[in-house]
Design a protein around this ligand. Structure first.
Ligand code: F6R
Length: 240
C-alpha cells in the first residue's frame, strides 16, 4: 500500500481527482468504481472543474457505485442515486446508460445484486475504485464480520454506521439495510484509491494500515491489494 498524507481535505481532494483524471485521460472509456459520503465530495468537485476546463470528458466513461440504501425512494435526498447526480453526474457529460447504481428497492435483491456483478464483469471490471472508510473500518457497506464477503449482497447496517449516517436523515428514518459490493468485488478492481480525513478516522486508519488483516476491520484487506493508494489528511494519519 502506498500512503500519501496531505495538509487537509481540500488538498487531498485535488490529489485524488488528479489520479482519476489521469485514468480518464489514459483510457477515455475506463470503468470507475465510485463512492458516496462526505469524503469524496472535494474529489468530485475538482473532477467537475477539470471537465468544465476541457481537460477530461466522461462521455465514454462507465461507473459502478459501491452501494445504495434499501427501501429509500430512488429520488430521496439521501439516496446515493441523488448524491451521485447532485455531486458529479449532473455536472459532467456522462451518459446515464453508463451509470450503474444498485436499485435498493428491487423486489428480488439477490437478482439485483447478481445482475450488478454480471454487468461489472461484462464491462471488463473496474479500472480504478474510489473508497471512503467507515469509523468501524467498513468499505462500501461491508461491516465488521466473521468473514470477508465476496460479491454484491444485501447487508444489515451496524449500530456504528447507523449512528454515523443518521445525521443526514431528518423526516424519514434511516434505512437499516443496503445493497453493497462485497469485499471480493472491491478487491477485484485493478487499482484502488482510499481516502480518509479527520481525527475520528485516526484509529481505524491505524488498524487498517498497521493491524492484522481481519474481517473485523474490512479495510485491512487492502494490505493484500497489489495497487492500492491511501490518501489521508494529517488528522486521519495522526496515529500512524
Ligand atoms: C459510501 C461508502 C461508505 C463511506 C464511508 C465513509 O458509498 O461506501 O463506505 O465511504 O461510510 O463515509 P464518509 O466519507 O461520509 O465519512
Amino acid at each position: 500500500m502506498e500512503i500519501k498524507i496531505f495538509e487537509d481535505a481540500a488538498a487531498l481532494g485535488l490529489a485524488a481527482a488528479e489520479i482519476f483524471a489521469n485514468q480518464i485521460k489514459a483510457k477515455p472509456d475506463c470503468i470507475l468504481g465510485l463512492a458516496t459520503g462526505a469524503s469524496p465530495v472535494p474529489t468530485y468537485t475538482r473532477l467537475i472543474e477539470l471537465y468544465k476546463a476541457g481537460e477530461i470528458s466522461f462521455k465514454d466513461v462507465s461507473t459502478f457505485n459501491l452501494d445504495e440504501y434499501c427501501d429509500l425512494p430512488k429520488n430521496d435526498k439521501n439516496s446515493y442515486y441523488t448524491f451521485m447526480h447532485e455531486n458529479l453526474f449532473d455536472h459532467v457529460d456522462i451518459k446515464e446508460e453508463n451509470v450503474h447504481i444498485l436499485n435498493g428497492n428491487a423486489e428480488d435483491t439477490a437478482r439485483e445484486a447478481a445482475d450488478f456483478d454480471k454487468a461489472m464483469a461484462e464491462a471488463g471490471g473496474v479500472d480504478i475504485q474510489l473508497l471512503g472508510i467507515g469509523n468501524n473500518g467498513h468499505i462500501g457497506f461491508n461491516e465488521p464480520a466473521d468473514a470477508f464477503t465476496t460479491g454484491t449482497f444485501k447487508v444489515q447496517l451496524t449500530e456504528s454506521t447507523l449512528q454515523a449516517n443518521s445525521r443526514y436523515f431528518d423526516e424519514n428514518p434511516m434505512p437499516h439495510y443496503a445493497l453493497t459490493m462485497g469485499v471480493g468485488s472491491i478487491m477485484s478492481a485493478k487499482k484502488i484509491v482510499l481516502i480518509a480525513t479527520g481525527a475520528a478516522k485516526a484509529q481505524v486508519i491505524y488498524d487498517t494500515v498497521k493491524g492484522s488483516v481481519t474481517p473485523q476491520v474490512p479495510a485491512s484487506i487492502l494490505q493484500n491489494h497489489a495497487d492500492c493508494i491511501l490518501l489521508f489528511d494529517k488528522a486521519a494519519a495522526s496515529k500512524l
